[in-house]
Design a protein around this ligand. Structure first.
Ligand SMILES: Nc1ncnc2c1ncn2[C@@H]1O[C@H](COP(=O)(O)OP(=O)(O)OP(=O)(O)O)[C@@H](O)[C@H]1O
Length: 596
């Protein structure tokens, strides 16, 4: 029942629909009381030989009207009550979606995708059912059941009514005990479903790796284990659920026995007529549904409560990043880093320390270093993915990052992340993601700059080619270049390429960088890379190692310095030279082969 208190805000909102729906439901319950009365009267009329044709006709007309009214009323209460519950589903779905889209990336890092999807599907369905089926079952059970009991007491005999109610308290005790067991069972079953959802999502996303490693059998076994777990936990719930019906039917059975036993005695003693006894037992039959509805109500409500708690747990999570600021100032100017020490949330090891450097407005900055040296960490702090001290230690213009509204801060950046992502839509829509109404010419220019225009034209449907599961398969380099075009099209004050040229060959990289130098004049660029050639043209290059800066300067300064940058640059240049010589040789061999 607690879930109704928690859903009080919604019930208040939909007060009108619920009241009208419940009133109509009450009318149906009252109309349903008529037929047993009429049956009793007809039986008594026959046994006392007082039934005339005219009264019989009136009874038939009343029964017919009752049937028509019940039909119409049932239709309307369904629309009122189930309509309201659907609106609750919509509200919760929007809340969750809003929550998901407003959370910082660390939120998603800590949670499993399958779990988040289960909240948006299974859990919402369960809460929606509470606001629909739950309200209906409790109202129907109280109103129909109550109306039937009162009518039995008034129109037949109150003593007989009390007698048949003797077994009811046993039923209430048992069903509320089952209800508690159900809640526990549902929580476990929903959690197991989340895990299965997560497993399915991960398996599909990682299908290529699974196949390459021949891991299908283990993957299937893993899936079977989780699937069995879901079945077992739901089976436990069903076993508890299955106790409701027999308990209720047994209670009704005992009540029937008492009704016949004591009712017959009363007929013999002339306390009630035989017609009244038939009316009474017919009413008792009408108590089956309200009592079953009560059992159903516990089931629906316990499931809804467990799900509502799971949804609330997510919607109550505070966004890791404090977004409440008073200024509407747009960030502008140089970006200064003065990071003393940074560790990722929930991680004790130091990811960055003693990072001091400035990115002057309109400069291109290169950040290089071994894998795991902290390049991406710097970028993620600049994008305020975490609400740590560093939001004060990094300044944009005259103010720390914390000073700015998070949306206007992020709007300054065009970011191409390391793990680029394309949506399952056309290439054009992927590039014009920030504004789908952009003219084709602008889309083409961005593609030309990122050196992907010709590739796109060679696809079967050009820019309308759909990417992803049901579309064309793109190479890693093509995906990277489309992602770069998507960032370039925004013409952002600061463009960040986080290892975004790793999958293109040296020649393509050179073309892209050359094009960028032309179109990004007067704007800031930050490029992190493993290949030194990607940053050699930068105004300043930062070399990272073990979370701190070990070298800095222009390409020429660093080459003179003869440190890590110099050595890596030389090694990569040599490697590049050997690779292109081998390429030439292979081409030569091919040509020879063709001639002979
Ligand atoms: N969310 C996280 N929680 C804890 N540690 C993290 C997290 N993300 C990264 N790290 C760790 O922080 C360090 C720096 O990682 P970062 O991703 O910045 O390296 P990088 O230089 O960008 O590496 P790469 O070139 O391979 O992308 C690494 O040791 C990494 O394992």
């Amino acid at each position: 029942m607690k879930v109704f208190l928690k859903l009080g805000w919604f019930i208040k909102e939909e007060k009108k629909n619920y009241i009208i729906g419940l009133l109509i439901l009450l009318l149906v319950a009252l109309i349903d009381l008529l037929p047993p009365q009429i049956i009793g009267k007809v039986i008594d009329g026959i046994s006392f030989n007082t039934l005339t044709k005219k009264t019989l006709l009136i009874y038939v007309i009343v029964l017919f009207l009752a049937a028509v009214l019940t039909y119409v009323f049932r239709y309307f209460w369904r629309i009122m009550i189930f309509g309201a519950s659907m609106r609750l589903g919509k509200i919760l779905r929007s809340r969750l979606y809003h929550k998901y889209t407003s959370m910082s990336p660390s939120f998603f890092q800590e949670r499993r995708t399958g779990d988040l999807m289960a909240h948006a599907t299974n859990d919402i369905r369960a809460v929606q059912n509470t606001a629909g089926g739950g309200v209906l079952t409790i109202a129907d059970s109280l109103m129909s059941g109550g109306a039937v009991l009162i009518t039995m007491a008034i129109t037949v005999d109150w003593r007989l009514t009390l007698i048949v109610m003797i077994p009811l308290p046993i039923m209430i005790v048992l069903t509320s005990y089952y209800g508690k067991l159900l809640n526990r069972g549902f929580k476990k079953a929903q959690a197991a479903f989340s895990q299965l959802n997560d497993k399915t999502q991960e398996s599909i996303a990682g299908i290529k790796v699974t196949k390459t490693f021949g891991y299908e059998k283990d993957d299937q076994a893993d899936f079977k284990r989780l699937s069995d777990d879901v079945v077992n936990k739901n089976l436990k719930v069903s076993k508890i659920d299955a106790l409701f019906d027999p308990t209720i039917m047994s209670v009704i059975g005992v009540s029937y026995f008492l009704a016949i036993f004591y009712g017959a005695k009363m007929v013999i003693n002339d306390d009630i007529t035989i017609g009244q006894l038939v009316t009474f037992t017919t009413y008792l039959g009408m108590m089956v549904w309200p009592l079953l509805a009560l059992g159903l109500f516990f089931n629906i409500v316990q499931r809804g409560h467990a799900s509502y708690e799971r949804i609330n747990e997510i919607t109550n999570v505070k966004n890791g990043v404090n977004t409440e600021v008073e200024t509407d100032k747009i960030p502008e100017g140089d970006i200064q880093f003065d990071i003393k020490e940074f560790h990722f949330p929930n991680d004790d090891s130091i990811a960055l320390h003693d990072i001091q450097f400035t990115i002057s407005k309109s400069d291109t900055v290169g950040i290089v270093g071994r894998t795991g040296s902290g390049k991406s960490a710097i970028i993620r702090l600049l994008l305020r993915e975490f609400d740590t001290e560093q939001a004060s230690e990094i300044k944009y213009g005259d103010h720390p990052l914390r000073y700015f509204d998070i949306s206007s801060l992020r709007a300054q950046f065009g970011y191409v992340p390391q793990d680029h992502f394309l949506f399952s839509t056309s290439i054009r829509n992927n590039i014009a993601f920030s504004d789908p109404s952009l003219e084709n010419e602008i889309v083409y220019n961005a593609s030309k700059t990122s050196y992907i225009h010709e590739d796109i034209l060679s696809f079967p449907e050009g820019y309308d080619t759909v990417v992803g599961e049901r579309g064309v398969s793109l190479s890693g380099g093509q995906k990277q270049r489309i992602s770069i075009a998507r960032a370039l099209i925004m013409n952002p004050p600061v463009l960040i390429l986080d290892d975004s040229l790793s999958a293109v060959d040296a020649e393509t990289e050179e073309h892209i960088l050359e094009n960028m130098q032309n179109v990004r004049q007067g704007k800031t660029n930050i490029i992190t890379a493993h290949r030194m050639s990607a940053v050699s043209h930068a105004d300043i290059i930062i070399v990272m190692d073990e979370g701190t800066i070990i070298e800095r300067g222009t390409h020429h300064e660093l080459m003179r310095h003869k440190g890590w940058y110099y050595e890596t640059y030389q090694a990569q240049a040599l490697h590049e030279e050997i690779a292109s010589s081998l390429d030439e040789l292979a081409k030569g061999d091919d040509n020879d082969g063709t001639k002979s």
